[in-house]
Ligand binder design. Structure first.
Ligand code: ASP
Length: 346
């Protein structure tokens, strides 16, 4: 176990310890290729996120570094109101972030209800690498982040504050189904600008990303500001290992998005990986997980969105969701980064 002195020493190393891609090209060149690198991630913002992840993978870097680099893109984008900076707040006006990360060895780290830090995923990685714990929450997570060199920032952008104040007029909590679905423009779409979507009423969307590197190793990352206008202290599926993300290097990796309460109930991402272990294809495994949600909550399932995304050890991938409109991005070469419409149950 790390004692306090070591902990502070690690803290003093600060940002230097958070290199996103420690692999130098020379090292990468010496690697034995065991797998074909691939990265997949949720929603339209998966495209720019995959691009950042691919930069790591194409140089022979580790899947863990790739997924961290990838999900930092929407985390740092103030115009994406469902992840990181600029995320829609809880009902009391606090932007609270949930994130988790998992590597090929089964190491994992998570933060829940983290405030004031843009890159929750990197804090989750620091929890994984620098503490004997898996999950830190709220004040403790913030204290840990600050001690490790992360900068305290205001995450509530004017646009998200305005949306929250508008919401306060009725204060009605209702996970609106994502209407960006309706404007989805097909496979190969490259445009991404959620704020141009009509009505701009979407109020959730997490980035979940899983990747395989040239070594054939799998890792995953998941980060979100959670459901908009949630109760203070509410934590969804995204930072919960097994629910929002799961990686088993022998079998595959899976992640989820949508109404987290329903995903937690079936321990969704772990379920998807275990189904793949039994021989299900990634898509069939995701479909079965979606069907379990429908079975458990038949009425509610019609009104909400949940989507699963999975990758197996062979590099095969697939997804399934409740409602039309879930998109995911797949990147496996310098020239192929594609947006695909997830098949849907209803
Ligand atoms: N799963 C996230 C949560 O429940 C939200 C989302 O992915 O849309 O917090």
């Amino acid at each position: 176990m790390q004692d306090r002195r070591n902990f502070l020493k690690a803290a003093a190393l600060g940002a230097a310890a958070f290199s996103l891609d420690g692999i130098k090209p020379a090292q990468a060149a010496g690697r034995v290729t065991k797998g074909k690198p691939i990265v997949i991630s949720t929603w339209d913002f998966g495209l720019p996120s995959n691009k950042a992840a691919w930069e790591v993978l194409r140089r022979g870097g580790r899947a863990l570094d790739a997924v961290e680099a990838g999900v930092r893109i929407p985390e740092g984008d103030p115009d994406i109101q469902t992840v990181g900076l600029g995320g829609l707040p809880d009902r009391d006006g606090h932007v609270t972030l949930d994130a988790c990360i998992m590597d090929e060895l089964g190491n994992c780290g998570a933060v829940t209800a983290l405030e004031h830090i843009v890159h929750a995923i990197s804090v989750a990685r620091a929890v994984m690498e620098k503490t004997p714990h898996v999950m830190l929450t709220g004040e403790g997570a913030l204290q840990f982040a600050l001690a490790n060199g992360f900068k305290k920032e205001n995450l509530l952008t004017p646009a998200s504050e305005k949306a929250w104040k508008e919401w306060l007029k009725k204060s009605e909590y209702k996970p609106i189904m994502n209407i960006e679905n309706k404007t989805y423009n097909g496979n190969g779409a490259t445009a991404f600008n959620p704020l141009q979507l009509p009505g701009n009423v979407y109020n959730h969307d997490t980035i979940g990303m899983v990747a395989m590197d040239a070594q054939g190793n799998l890792s995953g990352a998941c980060t979100t500001s959670g459901m908009a206008y949630k109760l203070r202290g509410r934590v969804g599926d995204s930072p919960i290992i097994g629910a929002g993300l799961y990686v088993d290097n022998e079998v595959g990796a899976a992640t989820s998005t949508g109404v987290g309460e329903e995903v937690i109930r079936i321990v969704g991402s772990h379920l998807v990986v275990e189904l793949m272990r039994q021989g299900y294809t990634p898509e069939a495994a995701c479909k079965e997980a979606v069907a379990r949600i429908v079975k458990k909550s038949p009425q509610k399932a019609k009104e909400i969105q949940v989507g699963f995304l999975a990758l197996n050890k062979k590099g095969e991938y697939g997804a399934y969701c409740l409602q039309e409109g879930f998109s995911y991005a797949v990147c496996d070469s310098d020239t192929h980064n594609e947006l695909i419409a997830g098949k849907h149950y209803f």
